[in-house]
Design a protein around this ligand. Structure first.
Ligand code: S3P
Length: 187
């Protein structure tokens, strides 16, 4: 196992967190491209492992097993990989172990979006998000509000309302480069 605490800031994995449908995967891919890094999507890794889409995993195997695999996958990748851009599922940060590991081993960006902007996206994402299915607008708002505090544990936050994918990705890359230059000027 790699000693992550010895890892240079520049080599740390970059982790994107935030509510479902905020754009973690799309933005993560754009950030990875700008930094010449590989991109990993945790939900995709879990789906590969179970060989079925998330909705089916929830239906047939259950959320508990999904969460267990989510934790194992994140711990494995965040411990044994470096120089990656990783997007987490919106519920991953609910698990304290995941939160603590990501915050100590990786650079964590919270992609924030207002409820007003988010609610316009529901119809586009609901089919692939079992956690939203069967909920009315009020219940979704409750979930949205309930999740906000867990994302407040991060290293940097980007309010993505009114920004396109490239603008968010550029903001992330620029702030990383600034931090790298400040904290590791001799690299
Ligand atoms: C979930 C979010 C999803 C996926 C699963 C559960 C959640 O990921 O992990 O459906 O509990 O918020 P995205 O945030 O990528 O949609």
């Amino acid at each position: 196992m790699m000693g992550m605490n010895d890892l240079a800031l520049r080599e740390m994995n970059i982790v994107l967190i935030g509510f479902m449908g905020v754009g973690k995967t799309t933005i993560g891919k754009a950030v990875a491209k700008k930094l010449y890094r590989d991109f990993l999507d945790i939900d995709e890794e879990i789906e590969k492992e179970f060989q079925m889409p998330t909705t089916k995993i929830f239906q047939e195997i259950g959320e508990k097993q999904f969460r267990k695999k989510e934790k194992e996958t994140i711990i494995n990748l965040c411990t044994n990989q470096r120089l990656k851009v990783i997007s987490l599922g919106g519920g991953a940060f609910l698990q304290e172990e995941i939160r603590n590991l990501c915050l100590s081993n990786c650079i964590v960006f919270f992609l924030d979006l207002s409820w007003e902007s988010w609610k316009d996206r529901v119809s586009m994402i609901i089919d692939s998000r079992p956690v939203l299915q069967g909920k009315n607008s009020e219940e979704m708002k409750d979930l949205f509000d309930e999740r906000q505090p867990i994302y407040e544990d991060h290293h940097s936050k980007v309010l993505t309302d009114n920004l396109d994918v490239d603008e968010v990705a550029s903001f992330i890359v620029d702030s990383l480069k600034t931090a790298w230059d400040i904290y590791e000027p001799n690299h």
